[in-house]
Write a protein that binds this ligand. Structure first.
Ligand code: ADP
Ligand code: MG
Ligand code: MG
Length: 365
């Protein structure tokens, strides 16, 4: 019998729109001979919806959710049924509007890629695709992530971090600490976001202060790191679990100015939804560098105990020295474009991700 895959997308993060695209792409490319899709959309207010109205991109553009129904999610419902929210008249009999056997979260960033939703699926005891609670949360926090990479001897740029509360109390002390430890230019980032939101570059104390003031709007922890000057960016995906890992092709995202902005990355990189592709695949790098990147990508994935399919992003300096910049445990479009060149179609990639989830779930029992 076909299994029902609940594709969960949207979510309350700044990457809401990107997640809609990833969700729609997964639903379009899933192996229909093996799986039936149950679309589950988390809207910006945090409500969960299901229904046929969620297959069509036009409906999202026009905010039209007529053919959908709000559902109730509870960690104690481990029969995996989706219950309609009782209407205002107070119908107490539970109405089942869907049933899922496995969840495919397609949410980027806060509340989707950071372990929170994974925790819900653990409590519901439902198999789910991708990294678990620990890997997701460590991968999401740029400070913890870099701490873990560092203790695994992976190459990263020098960094330091501080709390927003301390900045508000005593910014002079923090500025001194940063300037004692790191030389300009610097990058300032909120610890727990993605898609370049809240990130800026500083060339002196003034721009550092401005950058921190921007970053503290988004997070209570701020990371400041040494900027690589005119870096090349190379990304590589890893799929698997435990020691069973393989790497994708490498890409070089192109067309960026100072650094990749939200628009550069997503609006322009989803041809079908109104933009143009701006990446070189495979990246034009020497075999030796590529091999080293692949090795570091696998080590980074293992360092956080990753699972499923993650994209590891690198920075290359002018001398081709490699730095791991970050790991994205739920990359945009699940980085399918990096796997196609390795002979793994979008459909196969989804199949593999689901197979991993089911295998890990079965081993747990
Ligand atoms: P996000 O999770 O938001 O994608 P990143 O750490 O990847 O955050 O930073 C966004 C972009 O900023 C990177 O893709 C890169 O272009 C640039 N960048 C980040 N850190 C550095 C750095 N230390 N040196 C040079 N460029 C950087
Ligand atoms: Mg990121
Ligand atoms: Mg990034």
């Amino acid at each position: 019998m076909k299994k029902n895959v609940g594709v969960v997308f949207g979510g309350r993060s700044v990457e809401h729109e990107v997640s809609i695209i990833t969700g729609l792409q997964i639903m379009e490319n899933i192996d229909k001979d093996k799986y039936d899709v149950v679309p589950i959309y988390i809207n910006k207010e945090g409500k969960w919806l299901t229904g046929n109205g969620l297959f069509d991109f036009e409906n999202f553009k026009h905010n039209n959710f007529e053919d959908t129904e709000e559902i109730m999610i509870s960690p104690t419902h481990n029969d995996f049924n989706l219950y309609a929210i009782p209407n205002k008249a107070g119908i107490f009999r539970k109405k089942i509007v869907g049933k899922v056997d496995i969840i495919f979260p397609a949410i980027h960033g806060t509340n989707g890629e950071d372990g929170t939703i994974q925790g819900l699926f653990e409590l519901m005891n439902v198999p789910y695709v991708g990294s678990n609670v620990l890997a997701s949360s460590v991968g999401m926090d740029k400070i913890l992530m870099k701490d873990v990479f560092k203790s695994n001897n992976l190459p990263i740029v020098d960094y330091t971090w501080f709390y927003r509360s301390k900045w508000i109390e005593n910014r002079e002390e923090i500025l001194e600490e940063i300037e004692n430890k790191l030389k300009y230019p610097l990058f300032i980032k909120p610890a727990n976001l993605g898609s370049s939101v809240g990130i800026s570059k500083a060339i002196d104390r003034n721009s550092l202060i401005n950058g921190v003031e921007i970053a503290i709007r988004y997070d209570r922890k701020i990371i400041v790191e040494k900027a690589i000057e005119n870096p090349r960016e190379i990304n590589c995906a890893v799929i698997g679990y435990d020691e069973n890992l393989k790497t994708s092709l490498c890409e070089e995202p192109l067309g960026w100015q100072e650094f990749l902005s939200y628009e550069d990355k997503y609006v322009n990189s989803n041809a079908k939804y109104g933009g143009e592709e701006r990446r070189r695949i495979p990246a034009d790098i020497e075999d030796e560098i590529r091999a080293e990147i692949e090795t570091i990508a696998k080590k980074s994935f293992k360092a956080i105990d990753g699972r499923g399919n993650a994209r590891i992003d690198f920075l290359l300096d002018q001398k081709n020295k490699i730095y791991v910049n970050e790991i994205n445990t739920m990359p945009g479009s699940i980085a399918y474009y990096l796997w196609e060149g390795k002979g793994i179609s979008f459909k196969q990639l989804i199949n593999e991700m689901i197979d991993i989830a089911l295998k890990v779930y079965d081993e747990k029992e």
